[in-house]
Structure formats: C-alpha cells, structure tokens
Design a protein around this ligand. Structure first.
Ligand code: NAD
Ligand code: IPM
Ligand code: MN
Length: 342
C-alpha cells in the first residue's frame, strides 16, 4: 500500500533542505506519495495561519509528517507566530519523544570545534520530551510582567523515560537523565519518576542523574561519556543545539518525534534566515531525518541504512557544504548522496 507523507517545507532554508530530502526519497524508489502543504510563515502568507485547516487535513490523511523549518524575521510580530504552528502540530500528533542523535564519524574529528582527541568516538542520543513543560504551560504576556508556567505530570515523564530506557537497551545500556532538581519542583518529580521506572523495569540499564548546567559542560569536556541522554523539553532544545555542532554543524543533525501515532521528522535546525535563498544550506540533517522516517514510520530498516551509508560515504569522499568548510551547494550535496543511494 502506498505510504503517504505530509510534506511541510516551511520557511527560509526549510524548502531547500526539504527538496533535498524529497530527492533522496525519490531515489530510493519507495512506494510513497508526498503531499505538500503550507506551514509556518509560508502558511501565514498563504492562508492567514501557521497551521491552517488544509494542512491539518493533509496531516490527518498522511502516514507520517516531514517538516523543513519554520520562522523568520518577517513573522516575528505576527499575531500567531510560525513557531506556534509547530508546537500545535507536535501536540496534535502526540509526539512526546524527540530523538536527536549526535555522532562524530571516524575521520571527521577535525570538523568538530573540540580537539580531535575529545571529539573522537562521540556517539549519543538525546531523547527530548516534546509535548510538555514550559513550552505548553499557561502563559501570561504583559508589557510589565510575563510568566510561562512549567508543568509535568509523572505519567508524562514516565512515558518519555520509557523510550529512553528502551533506546539505551538497544545501544550501550547507559542513560543520563538531565534535570535541575536542586531548584525546580518539576525536576524533582522528573528524577523521582525516572528512578521509579528504573527500579521497577530497567535496573539492567546504568542510570545517572546530571544537573543541566553541568551537562552543558560535560558535553564539551567529555562528550564520549554519554550514550542516551534524557531531558525535559526546553533543556533538550538547548542541549541538542550544543550537541549538534560536535559533528561540525547544526546542519548535520536529524530528528524523529515519536508518540503513539504517526511520527514527525525534521532537522533540528531552524530556517537559517542568514543563508536562506542562497542554495548553500547543509541538507544532511534533513536527509538523515528522512532516513529516520523510513526506519521508524515505514519500518524499512534496510532502506534507512542505505540512506545513512550514502550520506556517510558522500561525506567521506569530501562532499561538503560551506558550513563544513566546503563549497558545495545544497543541491550538489544532495546529489552526492543520491549518487550513492544506489
Ligand atoms: P537556526 O538554526 O535557523 O540558525 C542558527 C545558525 O545555524 C545560523 O547561522 C544558520 O545559518 C546555521 N544553520 C542552520 N541550519 C543550517 C543548515 N542546514 N546548513 C548550514 N547552516 C545552518 O537558528 P536561529 O537563527 O536562531 O533561528 C531562525 C528561525 O528559525 C527562528 O525564527 C526560529 O524560531 C526558527 N527555528 C525553527 C526551528 C524548526 O523549524 N524546527 C528550529 C530552530 C529555530
Ligand atoms: C527546535 C526549535 C523549536 C523548539 C522552536 C522553533 C519552537 O528550536 O525544533 O529545536 O524549540 O522546539
Ligand atoms: Mn531548537
């Protein structure tokens, strides 16, 4: 049966990297139908809202959703910002677990801002809670006072912790849970819920708790020390941008957002207004996000690995966009990967 992907290119470099991912998917000769729909600032311009009814319908009819990026200075003062559309999409889909892998492939240590001996062998997975926390709490916005409420329930923590424990079992068996339990009530609840699940079902996984400020440091001083990293929504947002550059550029970083229904796949970077429209954005994060779609939503592990191997081989052959110190355009980089998908 044909597998349908709702394709939301979005804004800035979003459409550029989404087109690259689309071309790679096409080269894999999968039985898929790609249905484009407006999203983000582009949808504000076309339909008056970042996540309009026609896009909701396309998402409802699809088996999985692919997103480029949203946002940009043009819409920063819009009554409903593009980013709000993204939060609503993630909530509607119920994708509470956002997987953001980072690794430094052998031979690519010199692309890292860290010394090669510190970057060598980095390979970890951030599991970021995506449907709760301060992103979704009550907000009050005044000109003299504002507040953003951070709320978590034990169930919300346990369901994403389970994803992280399972991921650790399939990897090197280690989980670092990040919180700010020395200050925040939500973090103390977080730590207790993780502890309880660990004791009840995952005592074979080696668990440590790390305070978020210290984690920001450890990711730079000893990133090899981590296997799976579990965090709440906003800490995960921040730490995953930090982690992404260990591989040389945020443009390399993919993500999969999973819940109990269909998955959402997007590179972790934004619309990159500073380079948008120039055709120079790194498409690897978007392409690897498409590979994650093929793995988690289409269950075609072989094809996912083919895409990942093709990206690795292209990079090894010296293919590189500007952010990696090369000169290739987005399209040329995508083509270098397509040439190797075979
Ligand atoms: P950004 O991720 O767009 O850009 C940060 C820096 O990384 C920039 O210098 C940019 O040129 C570079 N960069 C990003 N993607 C790249 C790529 N593929 N190749 C090469 N370089 C790349 O973050 P920002 O500038 O803080 O945010 C811009 C807009 O994007 C904001 O409106 C923000 O809200 C939005 N945003 C959206 C998403 C998303 O759609 N998931 C994620 C992050 C930010
Ligand atoms: C990301 C982005 C989003 C987030 C924004 C655009 C809402 O930064 O996907 O990392 O904070 O989750
Ligand atoms: Mn982010």
């Amino acid at each position: 049966m044909t597998f349908t992907i709702a394709f939301l290119p979005g804004d800035g470099v979003g459409p550029e990297v989404a087109d690259a991912a689309r071309a790679v998917l096409a080269a894999c000769r999968l039985d898929i139908a790609i249905v484009d729909a407006p999203f983000g600032g582009a949808a504000i311009d076309a339909a008056g809202a970042p996540y309009p009814a026609e896009t909701k319908a396309a998402v409802a009819d699809a088996d999985a959703v692919f997103l480029g990026a949203v946002g940009g200075p043009k819409w920063d003062d819009a009554p409903v910002r593009p980013e709000k559309g993204l939060l609503d999409l993630r909530r509607d889909l119920g994708v509470y677990a956002n997987l953001r892998p980072t690794n430094v492939a052998p031979g690519f240590e010199d692309r890292s801002p860290l010394r090669p001996e510190v970057a060598r062998g980095v390979d970890f997975l951030i599991v970021r809670e995506l449907n709760g926390g301060v992103y979704y709490g009550d907000r009050e916005e005044g000109t003299a006072r504002a507040s953003d409420l951070c709320v978590y329930t034990k169930e919300e923590v346990a369901r994403v912790a389970r994803v992280a424990f399972e991921a650790a079992r399939g990897r090197r068996g280690r989980l670092a849970s990040v919180d700010k339990a020395n200050v925040l009530a939500t973090s103390r609840l977080w730590r207790a819920a993780v502890e309880e699940l660990h004791a009840a079902e995952y005592s074979d996984v080696e668990l440590e708790h790390v305070l978020v400020d210290a984690m920001a440091m450890h990711l730079i001083t000893r990133p090899v020390g981590f296997d799976v990293i579990l965090t709440e929504n906003m800490f995960g947002d921040i730490l995953s941008d930090e982690a992404s550059v260990l591989s040389g550029s945020i443009g390399m970083a993919p993500s999969a957002s999973l819940g109990d229904g269909k998955g959402l796949y997007e590179p972790i970077h934004g619309s990159a207004p500073d380079i948008a429209g120039k055709g120079v954005a790194n498409p690897v994060g978007a392409i690897l996000s498409a590979a994650m779609l093929v793995r988690y939503s289409m269950k075609q592990e072989n094809v996912a690995q083919r895409i990942e191997a093709a990206a690795r081989e292209a990079l090894q052959s010296g293919a590189a966009t500007r952010d990696l110190g090369g000169e290739m355009s987005t399209e040329a980089m995508a083509q270098a990967i397509i040439d190797r998908v075979g």
